[in-house]
Design a protein around this ligand. Structure first.
Ligand code: NAP
Length: 306
């Protein structure tokens, strides 16, 4: 089956790319392994995406983006691509079940996944107190004590969200200054349920059937401590989903795909958009910008090469 454009990944970048290629009347297919929306689907509330002055839930924003792209003909299928053959003029994407899809151009919008801390107990208690998604798991922690590891936007925003359920939330940050946006910091500092432990890293998570303790170390003094918590939410950044593109497209030192400002990768006819791309600001607003640019670049590439 030959498409003009195949988009891999259905977050805001992929859905926007699909909106633009479909409106350009290109035969467009979007492949998503889960539900369209990507990380936005697991974001409780989005309030920095322009146009929604009161904010919007991550789920609703995702669904709206999906509906909008489909309205112009974007085909969306669920599946996992297990092999990419991108160097030839006609690109081939093979699914896990062996089915092969072909395209004149490909837009990679595979996003990024939460990074694990790689400490003792993290794997053992995953889903039994250890979580990477407050939206998904927060409600299980009603009246409980929670530690949130990290000091970026995600950690502090999700800590704030968790105060809806938790008795207390302890933010554990390895420095004494948060990386999160100032407006988010201000809210956290004024929230009576949130406490901070500075210059500290989590070293171990322990419990019985479920988590009941996190062990911390002060990186300045070397002092160790432990806190009784029922939940540990880990937000220390993301790893790009680029495993399949190693040796195919040029990646940076952190394995993000390098593009130019037209979203062209090092492979002709292959474009990248959103969090999978090496860039300074990873936001929904920048992802949709990438997606629009990638869609238009794919259209131009097809016009010039086919
Ligand atoms: P991030 O901005 O990379 O922050 C990661 C945090 O985890 C940093 O505070 C970092 O500490 C800490 N950290 C990293 N490795 C660690 C380790 N091994 N042990 C302990 N702490 C560690 O990641 P993010 O917060 O997930 O955000 C990812 C991107 O999405 C960012 O561009 C962010 O702006 C964006 N985002 C935006 C919003 C929003 O605007 N509403 C919401 C969520 C995410 P240091 O500060 O010391 O490096």
């Amino acid at each position: 089956m030959l498409f003009d454009v195949i988009i891999v990944g259905g977050g805001p970048a992929g859905l926007t790319a699909g909106l633009y290629t479909s409106r350009a009347r290109l035969k467009s297919l979007l492949i998503e392994k889960g539900f369209p929306g990507g990380q936005v689907m697991t974001t409780e509330w989005v309030e920095n995406y322009p146009g929604f002055d009161e904010g919007i839930s991550g789920i609703e924003l995702s669904q709206r983006m999906e509906r909008q792209a489909k309205r112009f003909g974007l085909e969306i299928i669920q599946g996992v691509v297990s092999a990419f053959s991108l160097q030839e003029k006609i690109k081939k994407l093979t699914f896990e079940d062996g089915q092969v899809y072909e395209a004149k151009s490909v837009i990679l919008a595979t996003g990024a996944n939460p990074k694990p801390l790689k400490i003792s107990g993290e794997e053992k208690y995953r889903g039994r107190g250890v979580s990477y998604c407050a939206t998904c798991d927060g409600a299980f922690f009603k009246g409980k004590r929670i530690a949130v590891i990290g000091g970026g936007d995600a950690a502090v925003e999700e800590a704030l969200f968790l105060t809806k359920f938790a008795e207390s939330v302890l933010i554990v940050h390895r420095r004494e200054q948060l990386r999160a946006a100032k407006v988010i910091q201000e809210r956290a500092f004024s929230n009576p349920k949130i406490k901070f432990t500075w210059n500290s890293v989590a070293e171990k998570i322990d419990g019985d059937d479920t988590v009941n303790k996190v062990f911390l170390k002060n990186v300045k003094t070397g002092e160790t401590s432990s806190f009784d918590v029922e939940g540990v939410f880990i937000y220390i950044g993301y790893t790009p989903n680029t495993e399949f593109f190693k040796g195919i497209a040029r990646l940076d030192e952190n394995n993000y795909i390098i593009t130019d400002d037209k979203m062209c990768t090092s492979v002709p006819g292959v474009f990248a958009a959103g969090d999978v791309r090496a860039k300074p600001l990873k936001q929904i607003a920048t992802a949709v910008g990438d997606g629009a640019t990638a869609g238009v670049s794919a259209e131009k590439y097809i016009e010039e090469n086919f």
